[in-house]
Design a protein around this ligand. Structure first.
Ligand code: C2E
Ligand code: MG
Ligand code: MG
Ligand code: MG
Length: 284
């Protein structure tokens, strides 16, 4: 340990910082290995409309390490982003998502679902990003209308012209765009009218206390009104109770994602549930 004073003391030595650096490089090494061994998995979480229809799913990466157990994407995505591993990982996610959509197109009750995929800024800016999407769509015969890309405000801070150009190119192919974690970033509201967006996702931090915190209530209702006046769909994430959903509905938000409606789970699991729901509807 560093001494606070004395000869040869390292005044800026910070044991927690060193631990963090070590943890990051260890995670990076393990992530690299997990990617090459194909040890990551895509879970999906449903998006449900107020009339109880499944309208889409969000694909969420899961890394189940044999020793550590599940490692959160909140921990490994930033490492993937800073190390560049997000390029092969993100490409894998997109291909996998297209495989899922290709499967769904043959399963009654699943054929109209959209699948939303989180795209990190470095992945979006990568030279081969659009080419890769094109080849996944073509090789797997996927309807581009069913693929939604979730981007965040961080993508809008730098090189906005390039971002808009790329978004337009993808929109021309039929893909959709949702602005994730909306309200938590630093992007100017004036970007909203420049971007070819389809949807705003209200960040879960605002939904969490919407019933008890008047500021969160004001933010949530304002985002919903903003979406309506800009002609954008609005979805609330992190909906955990019926009361939250009811208030959101009252404010004019009609699509929800959250533990109250279903947790992220392996694709097979949701496929079974949704085809069962459909069968029981048929038998009514
Ligand atoms: P996100 O895209 O905002 O995803 C929503 C997160 O909220 C997910 O966390 C989801 O499991 C969680 N969640 C859903 N419903 C509820 C709820 O009712 N309550 C609470 N407390 N949480 C809920 P997850 O799966 O841990 O992912 C965290 C973040 O990691 C994602 O946030 C996304 O930014 C990133 N991520 C996940 N998968 C990918 C991926 O394939 N690529 C990229 N680039 N990022 C990903
Ligand atoms: Mg997301
Ligand atoms: Mg989000
Ligand atoms: Mg998030």
């Amino acid at each position: 340990r560093a001494k606070a004073s004395g000869r040869n003391s390292l005044k800026f030595f910070d044991p927690t910082m060193q631990k963090e650096v070590k943890r990051r490089s260890e995670l990076e090494r393990k992530l690299r290995e997990a990617i090459s061994l194909q040890q990551l998995e895509l879970y999906v979480q449903p998006q449900i409309s107020s009339d109880q229809q499944y309208v889409g799913m969000e694909a969420l990466l899961r890394w189940n390490d044999p020793v550590e157990g599940f490692i959160s994407p909140a921990d490994f995505i930033p490492i993937a982003e800073s190390s560049g591993l997000i390029i092969p990982l993100g490409a894998w996610v997109l291909r996998k998502a297209c495989q899922i959509l290709a499967d769904w197109s043959t399963i009654p009750g699943m054929e109209n679902l959209t699948l939303s995929v989180n795209i990190s800024p470095r992945q979006f800016r990568h030279l081969q990003f659009i080419d890769h999407i094109d080849s996944c769509l073509i090789e797997l015969g996927v309807n581009p209308n069913h693929l939604e890309l979730e981007i965040t405000e961080s993508l809008l801070i730098e090189d906005i012209d390039h971002t808009i150009e790329r978004m337009n190119a993808l929109r021309q192919r039929g893909l959709r765009f949702a602005l994730d974690d909306f309200g938590t970033g630093y992007a100017s509201l004036s970007y909203l009218k420049l971007l070819p967006l389809n949807k705003l996702k209200i960040d879960q931090s605002f939904v969490h206390d919407v019933l008890t915190d008047v500021n969160d209530e004001a933010i949530v209702s304002t985002i919903i009104a903003l979406g309506q006046s800009l002609d954008l769909a609005v979805i609330a994430e992190g909906v955990e109770t019926a009361e939250q959903a009811a208030l959101l509905e009252k404010f004019g938000c009609h699509v929800y994602q959250g533990y109250y409606f279903g947790k992220p789970a392996p694709v097979d699991q949701w496929q079974k549930i949704i085809s069962k729901v459909r069968l029981s509807h048929k038998n009514l």
